[in-house]
Design a protein around this ligand. Structure first.
Ligand code: BGC
Length: 267
């Protein structure tokens, strides 16, 4: 990734591991100021920050449960104290609690909706409030703030045994589009990245198992599992002025998983 003199302030939720960690490190390599949010893995967050500072970026780690309004507001207050108004929110924190539908407890349903959907709402709302306080820019100027929701291919691919997760991701899709419409005239851009199978802790039961991995690859026309860097590169582009005319859209970074791979030789 090329270095840039542009020092963006970027808040990445769920940045102690996986996709969030990869994105936070990617922005660090560009010299950005990165607020590394984490929920429970302080060591992972510290690792992310070390990588950021080692490559010329700066930042700090901050513990907050994204589904808590108070904790989210306190996190933004600290970010503004440190760096002033935010430029980019990477709305990433998410969890899975898998269960067949009839066995799914209300707790499993609520936990996933709270973190994946309500958490993204709360973090996006605070970011929008900050962006709205920035001075107005002209119609032909670049955007004054960017939100990137990290969703999943399961915002369009139904997923048996994961109804809570797929519902949360489908919800993010309409949250993103409706918000994008609401704030576009304020020169705020809102987009989504929907990753396919990316090798992270969330699915290590699959990619660490040879047989399950072989089954997974049948669902990926491009025939490799993704890496967090694949998502980081898309996020960096979406957060940059290079994508200034892009808002309200979803980029699927999935090796073709959304191409109905079963139709390669059938149908
Ligand atoms: C899930 C992963 C899964 C991938 C593809 C992601 O959203 O978190 O567990 O491997 O979708 O199915």
């Amino acid at each position: 990734m090329e270095k840039t003199s542009e020092k963006k302030t970027v808040l990445v939720t769920g940045a102690s591991s996986g996709i969030g960690q990869g994105i936070a490190i990617g922005f660090g390599q560009l010299g950005a100021r990165v607020i590394v949010n984490y929920h429970s893995d302080k060591e992972g967050a510290q690792y992310t920050l070390n990588k950021i500072t080692a490559s010329g970026g700066e930042g700090f780690i901050h513990q907050a449960d994204v589904s808590s309004e108070d904790e989210v507001q306190a996190m933004y207050a600290k970010a503004v104290d440190a760096y002033g108004p935010l430029d980019v929110l990477i709305n990433n924190a998410g969890i899975q609690k898998d269960s067949s539908f009839s066995n799914m407890s209300l707790d499993e349903w609520n936990a996933v909706i709270k973190t994946n959907l309500t958490g993204q709402f709360l973090c996006a709302r605070e970011a929008i409030r900050l962006f709205e306080q920035k001075p107005d820019v002209g119609d032909n100027d670049k955007s004054k703030g960017n939100i990137i929701f990290i969703s999943s291919v399961h915002d369009v691919i139904p997923w048996a045994g994961h109804v809570n997760y797929a519902s949360s991701k489908g919800g993010i899709s309409m949250l993103m589009k409706s918000l994008a419409l609401e704030v576009a005239q304020k020169k705020i851009r809102v987009n989504c990245i929907s990753p396919g199978a990316i090798a992270t802790d969330i699915n290590d039961d699959v990619w660490k198992d040879k047989e399950k991995m072989a089954e997974l690859l049948k669902l990926i026309p491009y025939k490799r599992i993704g890496q967090p860097e694949d998502i980081a590169k898309a996020a960096i582009w979406l957060a940059s002025d290079e994508s200034d005319y892009v808002t309200g859209t979803t980029i699927y970074v999935d090796g073709g998983m959304t191409l109905y791979p079963g139709f390669l030789e059938n149908g």
